[in-house]
Design a protein. Sequence first.
Length: 514
Amino acid sequence: MPISPPHSNLFAALQTGFPQDLHSVAVETDSGLCYSWQDLLDGSAMLANLLESLGLPSGARIAVQVEKSVEALMLYLATLRSGLVYLPLNTAYQSAEMAYFLEDAQPAVLVCSGVNFGWLSKLAFTAGTAYVFTLNEDRSGSLLERAAQFSREHRVAESGPDDLAAIIYTSGTTGRSKGAMLSHGNLLSNAQVLQKAWGWRAPEQGGDVLIHALPIFHVHGLFVAIHSALLSGSKMIWFSKFDARLALQHFARASVFMGVPTLYVRLLGESGLKREAVRNMRLFISGSAPLLSQTFSDWQARTGHTILERYGMSETIMLTSNPYFVQDGERKGGTVGPALPGVQVRVVGEGGEALATGEVGDIQVKGPGVFQGYWNMPEKTAEEFTVDGFFKTGDVGRVDDQGYVTIVGRSKDLIISGGYNVYPAEIEGYLNALPGVMESAVVGVPDVDFGEVGVAVVIAKSGVDLNPQAILAALKSKIANFKIPKRCELVDELPRNAMGKVQKNLLRARFAKA
Ligand code: MLC
Ligand code: AMP
């Protein structure tokens, strides 16, 4: 979709959706604070002026590892409006992970929670970061103290559609995380497509109210949810952290909800989830991980609503979506819907040949949301694209005769747990480095709550008596908690095929029900 020049800066484009009454509520938090649209404009302007006062070079990265807050949202908007590059980092990341991101991305600025300032500032300064600010959940910290001295007037930077807006790190199959570079054009085109596809209501049509319950360091909560709400001038009810009971209480005042499947599973566990509780809601959207057919049909039975499942990636933003409008077709459970306008999806065989309708193969995509490449990894970027410019998603699926895509698996060795990606290769690297561990394999097994969780299968060095709990405890000090396998199993050997490759499918089957 073409983007007209004055609005190539994503912030400028999002701002065109703000309601006329800038003093109406834009964000209401779960602790009862209300922020107007004017507050978002003022706060992001002051932060943008602060960032610009630092005299950073164009393309400078602003790395952010803070708890969810409206001020963190303002910092994201400030980075956009300054034409700088936003680099959000999961708050679960520990020192080894943070050291890697800081070394790799070389951010000019790091914003972190005050409690982490000591160790993180040391890592950041070692990596060459010039400025480290703090931002806490209670709105204290050096970032806002400094920003308070700056003007609320700010001129939005002129950004071209190909200028970088954000880098999102996604783990790699080799264990090394890759920074997906997304431009203003990537993000804006996707926001515009979703605004139309999901029927977001403008303020003059009564507006929407979104329950924002996801973290804001990944694509789903940061881009899909926030851009949709801002571009349509919709109020957000802002949860610092997902809580099923709280969400249920707010449904009566909201119209749209977005979640990963775990959130739907947890909501279904609430006895109060009934038609009456969701009477004002118009849309429930699920994505980031496969939604089980059971969850889809249970939700229909309990609420009368059909969940709209969509599919996307950090590298591509949203690719497909089940229809919102009845005239566009039915929402088919078990599918992620047809390609969104402007997106091409194809399924290819092992030799890269296009497969016929209904045949299962590798999913490749092309479209305006597809990223600019991996940060500092030109070879890796080249590997992930075909000669005719399609991106290899690493997902395996089929397309039916109505164009609906069904994802049946992944060619990449990846576990998706509660919507977070965990790459076994990375965890195996940490396991293999532990004293007494000879070899390991990490596999995903079904889990009622998280959809899938990791199991570590470990072989001890000869004569060493390993303790499975101690192994998991040792990992806890090193990596993000969501990456820690939920179980550790000791074995004498790993099943291998004739090529010597570990047969993870056999391990999955063996440990699925243990
Ligand atoms: C928390 N834990 C997890 C986990 N989340 N373990 C595995 N997978 C997860 N997702 C750990 C905790 O650290 C804790 O460990 C234990 O599990 C129980 O924690 P909890 O209190 O039950 O978890 P909670 O804090 O409630 O978090 C669960 C959750 C959260 C589902 C709310 O994981 C979440 O917000 N997920 C959404 C992720 C997301 O936004 N994904 C979008 C990616 S973008 P311990 O040891 O401390 O007890 C993308 C593209 C796209 O994929 O298409 O959208
Ligand atoms: P991420 O790297 O965190 O952006 O995760 C992207 C991956 O999430 C995709 O490649 C898919 O494997 C998975 N994914 C996203 N949405 C869905 C969905 N609706 N169903 C199944 N898998 C999904």
